[in-house]
Design a protein around this ligand. Structure first.
Ligand code: SF4
Length: 343
């Protein structure tokens, strides 16, 4: 283990130091420590989460996002309940235990519509259901929990309030995502959160503070991805986050939150292809999220451009994973892959 690294008790200064580290030998030691930590705490299984992007409508204006309501070039769609159920059935048939229903902040996804969608997926499949539908009121969260939803993902994106407000112009009253995560947990959800890195205006201190907050929140899932600029947004001309930083962030997340589920995100695969995804898995990640959104809609869900999506389709991609993961000494996880279950 690299000198000065003490797993979940790593102090802010150590985290900050690691974010600045560029020495290949020391970084390899960091990644190796994260890999051992991952093996000891969540085992060799790589859990799959079948992603279904159920709506590209969004009422928000986040400065980095291609789905922002101000992007007149974006195409919009919303899946019907039957289409979402078909996706969940495909997910189950592919041997994947979780359906992740993700969308922009779409007022058209009403409380009743999502409740019915969740109920129907739970009735017709054995999939765990994860929701990632942005900021909603507590009545919605509660109704969806009662309908059978298991998990909720709500990234806080950055703990720097001023930066957050600049990037996410509030819609009316300010919403406290960290407080919402705690309420979601109290309602019985497994909770996931995370940040974006490489954002314009983000400093290494800000990012270190983000990672400290991630550790404190004791999350079940941690999703961190690089900022990838979208040309039709106000940040389209800025530089994005790098893969080098992505691996460090994943490794630190693993060391700070040893038992969390951490995806090798699609954004990482977008920047560096399958080899980058494999590298992320060797730095602490233990989840992959194949995209089961129907092909006719997939390109319309464009938070950032040229999103990595296996051309062979999600089913073939999942089939191929067994072989690819075996080459890394890993296995494909079975079932819903709950947090804190036996490894
Ligand atoms: S980041 Fe999410 S909430 Fe913000 S504009 Fe994009 S889809 Fe909407």
């Amino acid at each position: 283990m690299p000198k000065g690294l003490s797993f979940s008790e790593m102090p802010f200064e150590s985290v900050r130091h690691w974010l600045l580290e560029r020495d290949p030998g020391r970084l390899e030691a960091l990644f190796a420590a994260a890999d051992v930590c991952r093996r000891n705490n969540v085992g060799e299984a790589v859990h799959l989460r079948g992603l279904v992007e159920i709506s590209s409508h969004c009422r928000r204006m986040c400065l980095y996002c291609g789905l922002r309501s101000g992007n007149r070039h974006a195409s919009r769609y919303r899946l019907s309940a039957d289409e979402a159920l078909d996706c969940a059935k495909r997910i189950e048939a592919a041997g994947v235990g979780t359906a992740v229903l993700q969308a922009g902040e779409d007022g058209g996804l009403t409380r009743g519509f999502i409740s019915d969608m969740v109920r129907s997926i739970k009735q017709h499949t054995r999939c765990a259901v994860t929701l990632s539908l942005g900021e909603r009121d507590d009545g919605d969260y509660l109704a969806w929990k009662q309908a059978g939803a298991d998990r909720y993902l709500l990234r806080f994106e950055t703990s720097d309030r001023a930066l957050y407000d600049r990037l996410h112009p509030p819609r009316g009253e300010r919403y406290d995502r960290v407080a919402a995560l705690q309420r979601l947990r109290a309602m019985g959800y497994e909770i996931g959160s995370g940040v974006m890195f490489g954002l314009p205006g983000q400093t290494v201190e800000t990012l270190a503070a983000d990672l400290m907050l991630i550790a404190k929140l004791d999350l079940d899932m941690i999703g961190c991805g690089p900022f990838i600029p979208h040309p039709n947004t106000p940040l389209g001309q800025h530089e994005g986050g790098t893969l080098d930083l992505a691996y460090i962030v994943i490794a630190l997340c693993r060391l700070l939150a040893p038992r969390a589920h951490i995806p090798a995100t699609t954004a990482i695969a977008t920047l560096g292809g399958e080899s980058a995804r494999a590298k992320a898995l060797s730095c602490g990640a233990n989840v992959i999220m194949p995209n089961f959104t129907p092909a006719m809609y997939r390109e319309q869900y464009e938070i950032y451009p040229d999103k990595a999506c296996p051309e062979e389709g999600a089913e073939r991609f999942c089939e191929g994973l067994h072989k690819r993961l075996a080459q890394l000494g890993r296995t494909v996880g079975v079932g819903p892959g709950k947090t804190n279950t036996a490894v």
